[in-house]
Design a binder for this molecule. Structure first.
Ligand SMILES: C[S@@+](CC[C@H](N)C(=O)[O-])C[C@H]1O[C@@H](n2cnc3c(N)ncnc32)[C@H](O)[C@@H]1O
Length: 366
């Protein structure tokens, strides 16, 4: 899913004008940006959030690019602070669905040593960042990288700016991750900031998450605002150890997932003894025992959201039939209420993290 099409078309008109900027004086360029922002605001396509920064509407009018608590605040509180990048010697960040760059800007604010690879489908969203006033001075760094990227040849994903620490990869994240793997890139922090899996599951499939996993170093951390059950289930299948972060502007906490958290992440941040906050006991049971725990799949990276959802429904039905045959099918309601054999509930009392509990419960279903 992309931002609203009418908004993207309008922004595109301004990209063309911007590219012909030789014809303009500097102040007319500023007027041009202001004109675009005003048009988007007046057409309710660009919305001010509670921290004063702006978000854009998506193709689905129900979903904005950010929550109303603040586009920049989300970057700081849902991604940067929980990643602990402030204390990382060398944060190597993969900023998936980087949009206007709020998460990258916030990262640089907290640690100027960040190396960042931004991945974004829509050049219009990147361009919009050039027209916004985002109140961290690090916005200037990101703006320079975006401007250089947009002014270079079409589809040229090489960084031709003076800033060698930040790259922009424009295109479908599914393909870009395959390319990044070929170039042996490794990250210790991944921001996963796609639209919600309920409306766009393509970046939440086991297959996509496996590619992220392969691109990460041991001890690396992935953050997502989404607490979706099939997403968390997919993370476990892809190899991650999942945990939950604070709930910010929502009822449910963010998802924090680690690759091999026992390995030491950096000299001053050993995860060895870190207690991973468990997801709720209800969610553990639903992921492990209910058909709701069936993850999204896209083995050849060519399915659209609707196909992924349809295939998941088939997988859920097959799973149900299988469990019924074995006489160990429990409805999601029973599972949520804990009306299941005590042996499953006992596992949840053991001193294990959520991933270990889910895997142990699932083994009993085999
Ligand atoms: C929720 S917004 C992310 C906001 C962003 N992090 C920011 O700071 O502004 C989702 C973004 O994902 C992008 N997107 C959607 N599908 C994508 C895909 N397959 N590959 C790369 N980017 C995608 C959209 O264009 C949109 O900018």
């Amino acid at each position: 899913m992309l931002p609203n099409e009418i908004a993207l078309n309008l922004i595109n008109e301004y990209i063309v004008k911007f590219k012909n900027k030789q014809d303009f004086e500097n102040n007319s360029l500023e007027n041009l940006k202001e004109e675009l922002i005003n048009k988007l605001i007046n057409n309710n396509m660009l919305i001010k959030t509670e921290d004063g920064t702006y978000t854009m509407i998506s193709e689905d009018s129900q979903e904005m690019m950010h929550s109303k608590i603040g586009a920049l605040r989300e970057g700081v509180e849902k991604f940067v602070i929980p990643s602990n990048l402030e204390n990382e010697e060398l944060p190597k960040i993969l900023d998936l669905c980087s949009g206007m760059g709020y998460n990258s800007i916030a990262s640089l604010r907290y640690n100027k040593n960040c190396k960042i690879d931004m991945v974004e489908y829509s050049k219009e969203t990147l361009f919009l960042s050039l027209c916004l006033d985002i109140p961290f001075k690090e916005h200037e760094i990101i703006k320079e990288v975006i401007e250089n990227h947009l002014m270079s040849d079409e589809n040229n994903n090489n960084n031709n700016t003076k800033n060698k620490n930040i790259n922009i990869y424009e295109g479908d994240a599914r393909q870009i991750l395959i390319d990044l793997k070929k170039s042996n890139k490794k990250y210790n922090i991944v921001f996963h900031d796609g639209f919600s899996p309920q409306r766009d599951s393509v970046l939440y499939t086991v297959d996509f998450l496996k590619n992220i996993y392969e691109l990460m170093e041991d001890g690396g951390i992935l953050l997502s605002y989404s607490s979706s059950i099939p997403f968390r289930s997919g993370l476990i299948e892809a190899g991650f150890i999942i945990s939950e972060g604070e709930a910010i502007g929502r009822k449910r906490g963010i998802t924090i997932a680690y690759k091999n958290p026992k390995k030491i992440r950096s000299s001053n941040d050993s995860l060895e003894n870190k207690k991973l906050k468990r997801i709720s006991e209800i969610d553990e049971r639903v992921i492990a025992l209910s058909t709701v725990g069936a993850p999204y799949r896209d083995p050849n990276f060519n399915l659209c959201h609707e196909e992924i959802i349809k295939n998941r429904e088939i997988e859920r039905n097959n799973l149900k039939e299988n469990l019924l045959k074995k006489g160990i099918y429990y409805s999601t309601r029973q599972i949520k209420l804990g009306k299941i054999p005590e042996i499953y509930l006992e596992i949840q009392k053991e001193n294990l993290n959520s991933t270990e509990i889910i895997k142990k419960m699932r083994n009993m279903l085999q």
